[in-house]
Design a protein around this ligand. Structure first.
Ligand code: GTP
Ligand code: SPV
Ligand code: MN
Length: 620
């Protein structure tokens, strides 16, 4: 059989078409695979309880070894969970298709189950813990019959960091096991870190695909128990419980209790030609440019400048010597595929050329992957993300707009050398940014910490395909944490203010917007590598060498404060994107008020005062 036909055939056997077949049949591992039980009695008891409830055919204890991984890949290929890609074009890489009803995070079915509704606050869905446990237990009864129950030990954070947390995820999805091996430090390292103390703290995560029915899809967090239960989904953000569930929702809850910060932020290093290095952390909402910014390649004009990646999605930050220090709790990137190209993000392209697990991209006839925005012309024929024939004339997209890659961070050619440093990297600047077609200028700097907290708290962004629901609607997304803050947002703001008081050397706080549009509806700013120009201004401000003018909203760079050398953008566009329009800002100010009012009295006094001061500065 021709290679091309082979790939088409595989594509047509997408598992969700065959409704009679169980979507996750059990595997029968040979001896010495799947049998390495940890010794900790609390883990053993918990696994036994979950097994009693879900009744799997067998229990598979994951150790993260190569042999285990090879076995699970082979089983996944046999069960059509994965399609092997062309070994020459994308070595050791695979394509997974999730159910078309299950392609993004489901915020409306995500719950914070604290003892009281007030603890979850006005921005979270809340449900009563006892009722929710009992509802989920009902759904999980016998849910793993005929399936294998995998037990995944993992840690979040570098092995020698004081912030590092142990988690165990139980799942009946092989895709989850394979992804967790990329995204976390999995296996022995976690078992060792946990040790034998049955009272040691660790996160309990239970996931079952059930029957991938959207009406039985719930992502529930029990912060007071350090526990997560996720049912009915097989999509990354809903099921890789290490990531949004533990590192952000439970993480932010623990962070407040323990006096640190768990944030939806990239962390990058930026080194000048003279060898002076700064680290910055940036919070942009989902699909708003974190991965791209974290891997930025400076334009030619910035010869000698180097950007390195510590993390692309999550930062855990603690205070050390009066400064914020950040670690990336993850071990891999679960990044947006569409729009990724050698032109926009060469480092991401190099990262995903091999050893990558793709979800919901298109498959070409020669076994390669394709997506909208990839370099070169589209293929004449491909199989789209749903498994259907696709040609450039098709009305539908070949790759889902929220198709993703999972790739080990080790694949990144610009991985920062200090990524494993347990104490973290010192943060010189924090950047907030959203996707705003109007109002928000390219960049500005907060006057001080509390003003910076206000910028974060009032951030807004146009919604994207990363979550189900309408795309392109402006919504307030404080600190890019709206879907990820595991407790009351008012307490979260207060926690930020308190952290500021404890910092003798706080990072400067900035706001950026790569997405402002001109009258013709086109982006005014080229973005991507050219964002280095803004980053350089930010570094100059940290070094106290950069210029800016005082404006009502903060310190604004003038055109001559930003290095625009060799940039092919008309001067009038530069003036437009750097400037602020007082009428637009009146609306923005009103929107801030509406947002704060909608939170029902939880907003700290300091931030209400910041709004008044902002309004007053416009009246001067
Ligand atoms: P999550 O993984 O969902 O948290 O997203 P992220 O913040 O890491 O977003 P990512 O970097 O993957 O970017 C998402 C989309 O924004 C991609 O389609 C990018 O091509 C696009 N994008 C990123 N940076 C820029 C930029 O500077 N300008 C423009 N116009 N688009 C950008
Ligand atoms: C996001 O949506 O912010 C992501 C992708 O980083 S997911 O892990 O699916 O949530
Ligand atoms: Mn994210």
């Amino acid at each position: 059989m021709e290679c091309s036909e082979n790939y088409q055939l595989l594509a047509l056997r997408a598992p969700w078409i065959d409704i009679m077949k169980d979507i996750a049949p059990a595997v029968s591992p040979p001896v010495e695979i799947g049998d390495r039980k940890p010794a900790n009695q609390a883990v053993l008891d918990w696994v036994q309880d979950v097994a009693k409830l879900t009744q799997p055919e067998n229990v598979f204890w994951c150790d993260g070894s190569d042999r285990e991984n090879e076995f699970l890949i082979e089983q996944s290929l046999q069960q059509d969970v994965l399609i092997k890609l062309n070994e020459k074009k994308v070595p050791r890489s695979y394509l997974h298709r999730s159910n078309p009803n299950d392609v993004a995070r489901v915020e409306q079915f995500t719950f914070i189950c604290t003892p009281t509704k007030e603890e979850a606050g006005p921005t979270n869905n809340w449900s009563d813990p006892a009722e929710t446990y009992s509802k989920l237990q009902e759904m999980l009864k016998g849910a793993m019959r005929g399936r294998t129950m995998f037990v995944i030990p993992y840690i979040m954070g570098p092995p020698d960091s004081p912030l590092t947390k142990v988690g165990f995820e139980i799942t009946d999805s092989k895709y989850v096991v394979l992804s967790m091996r990329i995204m976390t430090r999995m296996g022995e390292v976690a078992v060792k870190r946990l040790g034998n103390d049955p009272k040691a703290e660790w996160n309990r995560g239970v996931h079952s695909l059930l029957d991938v029915d959207p009406t039985r899809r719930f992502i529930c967090h029990f912060p007071q128990d350090n526990a997560i239960i996720s049912v009915g989904s097989g999509y990354g953000g809903n099921v890789l419980l290490s990531k949004k569930c533990l590192a952000l929702r439970i993480g932010s809850y623990l962070a407040r209790k323990q006096g640190w910060l768990a944030e939806h932020m990239l962390i990058l290093g930026v080194e000048s030609p003279e060898g002076k290095k700064h680290y910055v952390a940036a919070a942009f909402p989902s699909a708003c440019g974190k991965t791209n910014f974290a891997m930025l390649i400076p334009p030619k004009h910035f010869d000698g400048w180097k950007v390195t990646t510590v993390g692309d999605d999550i930062a855990w930050m603690r205070i050390r010597d009066g400064r914020l220090h950040a670690v990336n709790p993850e071990n891999g990137y679960f990044g947006v595929v569409p729009g990724t190209s050698y032109k926009s993000n060469p480092n991401a392209m190099k990262s995903i050329e091999h050893d990558t697990l793709y979800t919901n991209v298109a498959l070409t006839d020669d076994g390669n992957v394709w997506w909208e925005g990839k370099d070169g012309p589209p293929p004449k024929h491909a199989i789209d993300w749903k498994g259907n024939d696709w040609t450039p004339d098709s009305k539908e997209k070949a790759a889902h707009p929220n198709s993703r890659f999972a790739t080990p961070m080790r694949n990144n050619p610009v991985l920062d050398p200090d990524v494993e440093k347990g104490e973290g990297v010192p943060i010189s600047a924090i950047i907030f940014g959203g996707r705003r077609s109007d109002t928000l200028p390219l960049a500005f700097q907060a006057f001080d910490w509390n003003h910076g907290v206000y910028l974060g708290a009032t951030m807004a962004s146009e919604t994207t395909a990363a979550a189900t629901g309408a795309v392109g609607q402006v919504r307030r997304d404080p600190m890019a944490m709206l879907p990820f803050c595991g407790y009351n947002i008012g307490d979260y703001f207060r926690h930020w203010i308190e952290i500021g008081k404890r910092l003798s050397n706080p990072p400067l706080i900035f706001n950026v917007n790569w997405f402002r549009k001109g009258e013709n509806g086109k982006f005014l700013w080229p973005g991507f590598g050219d964002n280095m120009r803004v980053l350089k201004w930010i570094i100059d401000r940290c070094e106290k060498t950069g210029g800016a003018v005082e404006s009502p909203i903060g310190w604004l760079p003038s055109p001559h404060d930003v290095d625009l050398e060799e940039l092919d953008v008309e001067h009038k566009c530069i003036v437009e994107i750097l400037g602020i329009d007082h009428e637009e800002w009146q609306k923005e100010l009103n929107a801030h008020k509406t947002f704060f009012d909608s939170l029902g009295g939880v907003v700290p006094e300091e931030l209400l005062k910041q709004r008044e001061k902002l309004a007053a500065r416009f009246k001067l």
